[in-house]
Design a protein around this ligand. Structure first.
Ligand code: SAM
Length: 357
């Protein structure tokens, strides 16, 4: 038991202490924030560019992209990752933008996998370039993969992503299935009212047949076009009810409390579904995540309005200790919660594709 364990929240948001920041930044010991949350996962965005234009994420014309010089090199990413692991990060997930549009991603995966004590390196992708890259990613040691897929109907998929590429995503999934070391394969669908309902059971059948873990994530106010309205959210609870109407009561799977998804199997034990409910059931109290943007800014909450400039520390010649101290200090000041649905809610300082979802 560390001095911080007594502060550790155990449940959902209401278990969080109400006071603001407490105490002084620890210089050693586990990586914790001032509310006692132990931080173990880092999402690293490796590019802000994407080959899709999902309506809930990016404008049709794209965004002003970062310049090459702004973006962290693989060497810089590996260095930050290594230091982060030395002080307590255990899991790294690569994301974007679309991570697979950047060159040589398998090389980066391999570099990260060689970091001692790092337990997993995973990726979140839209799957468009997966068919070509699955083998190299698997050989580089990729631990797991999340593929985003919001519709199984070509016309709907095209309307949403503004790209007629559903078949290629499905081919990418088929290909990655050939490499059992990449496990599990999860499908993530953003749940939106008047869009997702009709396909809930189709996705369940698809995932059960393929042994994918199927998850729905509630639509969040992170779209660049700022079109999000709370009426557009289809909650995890509503989707669960639709599944249970077809399949009977789901059976809860008890997982790691810091998991974003509430996970269930079916009464016949075949398949798994999960509900990521950041809006209807915020899980800030058990959040163990930080994010590094492609341009080297550390974000301690998806909805953060401020960032810590790790790239500046790195590029001004900061040694490993300076980077570790900057990381610890930023983590210590991690936001209490995101306040969606509360009058205190402020939109994040960047949209999803710029942050790294
Ligand atoms: N391009 C990759 C992909 O499609 O998975 C990685 C980046 S993408 C920003 C990560 C995830 O964020 C995707 O599953 C996407 O559907 C989700 N996402 C984007 N905007 C969102 C929003 N406004 N609300 C909820 N999820 C969102």
């Amino acid at each position: 038991m560390t001095e911080h364990d007594s502060l550790r929240p155990t449940g959902q948001n209401d278990a969080l202490p109400s006071e603001e920041l407490v105490g002084v930044v620890p210089t050693s010991g586990p990586l914790v924030d001032s509310y006692g949350r132990r931080i173990k996962s880092m999402r690293i965005s490796i590019t802000d560019k994407c080959n899709f234009r999902c309506t809930y994420c990016m404008p049709a014309e794209g965004l002003p992209w970062l310049s090459k010089a702004d973006i962290l090199s693989y060497e810089e990413i590996e260095r930050i990752a290594r230091i982060a692991v030395e002080i307590g990060i255990e899991h790294i997930r690569l994301t974007g933008g679309e991570p697979l549009v950047r060159r040589d991603v398998p090389e980066l995966v391999g570099q990260l996998k060689r970091i001692e004590d790092l337990r997993s390196v995973s990726i979140t992708t839209n799957g468009l370039l997966l068919k070509q890259q699955a083998k190299a990613l698997a050989e580089a040691g990729l631990s797991r993969i999340n593929v985003s897929l919001d519709s199984l109907i070509r016309e709907k998929f095209t309307r949403l992503t503004r790209r007629d590429q559903m078949e290629r995503v499905l081919e990418g999934l088929e290909e990655v299935e050939q490499y059992p070391s990449v496990h599990p394969i999860k499908i993530n669908a953003v749940a939106m009212r008047n869009f997702s309902e009709a396909e809930v059971l189709d996705f369940v059948r698809f995932a059960r047949r393929k042994a994918y873990i199927m998850r729905w994530i509630e639509f969040m106010p992170l779209d660049a076009d700022q079109l999000w309205r709370k009426e557009d959210i289809l909650t995890g609870g509503e989707i669960q009810a639709m599944i249970e109407a077809g399949y009977g009561p789901l059976v809860k799977i008890e997982g790691d409390p810091s998991e974003t998804a509430r996970c269930y199997t079916f009464s016949d034990g075949i398949g798994e579904v999960g509900f990521i409910n950041p809006v209807s059931e915020p899980f800030c109290a058990t959040c163990d995540r930080i994010r590094l943007t492609a341009d080297g800014q550390l974000r301690t909450c998806l909805f953060a309005t401020t960032e810590t400039d790790l790239r500046a520390v790195l590029r001004s010649g900061g040694d490993d200790e300076a980077i570790a101290t900057t990381l610890r200090r930023a983590v210590w000041h991690k936001e209490l919660k995101h306040y969606i649905g509360d009058t205190r809610f402020k939109r994040a300082s960047r949209s999803m594709s710029m942050i790294g979802g």
